[in-house]
Write a protein that binds this ligand. Structure first.
Ligand code: IMP
Ligand code: MG
Length: 183
């Protein structure tokens, strides 16, 4: 084989096995917590799709699912926190217990605004499940209710997370070699 994207990885932060084990753990907790509720899992595209696919299959009670796509207004790569809906949910939220499924909670601005927007639609409850949490980068007051791993302030890819829309299909979470950014 000529090129393998794994060659662009400096080091693996979380292996596929470590991720799977942790997902089974939080899924067990979610199964307990939502036993008498009306669970609707909402995946925020695109970064959370891999996590969503594994998490939903590890949950032992019936769950509905839906997808949403949002973008931040404003210039620059740092998220401005003003959220524009690109693809909205298909159903009204009244009567549902919403679980927002995210890839990573970084500044927290995206989810902060998304949560307040969705709470106006009067769901029974809203909670947040994130694969990764970068507490050092938080700029607004928001915490995940379920989080698989705290990670250091390093840019990571794989398992749904991208750099320039690439590397989402790596089965693990890793740090890219610096020369990949400067190419
Ligand atoms: P924030 O919490 O509003 O700052 O934005 C979180 C979003 O930024 C995530 O959903 C990711 O799309 C992206 N993001 C933040 N940190 C990383 C990273 O280390 N790798 C890949 N994407 C990231
Ligand atoms: Mg994202």
């Amino acid at each position: 084989m000529k090129y393998n994207m794994k060659d662009d990885i400096l080091h693996i932060l979380l292996s596929a096995e470590e991720i799977d084990a942790k997902i089974q753990e939080i899924a067990e907790q979610i199964t307990k917590d939502y036993e008498n509720k009306n669970l609707l899992m909402v995946s925020v595209l695109k970064g959370s799709v891999v996590f969503m696919a594994d998490l939903m299959r590890a949950i032992k009670i019936p769950a509905r699912i839906d997808f949403m796509s949002v973008s931040s207004y404003g210039k620059g790569t740092a998220s401005s926190g003003i959220v524009k809906i690109i693809k909205d949910l298909d159903i009204p939220l009244e009567g549902y217990d919403l679980l927002l499924v995210e890839d990573i909670l970084d500044s927290g601005k995206t989810l902060y605004h998304l949560r307040s927007m969705l709470s106006q639609r009067k769901p029974n409850s809203i909670r947040i499940a994130t694969l990764l949490n970068k507490p050092a980068r938080r700029e607004v007051d928001i915490q995940p209710d379920y989080s698989c791993f705290d990670v250091p302030d390093e840019f990571v890819v794989g398992y749904g997370l991208d750099f320039d829309e690439k590397y989402r299909n790596l089965p693990f979470i890793g740090v890219l070699k610096p020369q990949v950014y400067t190419k």
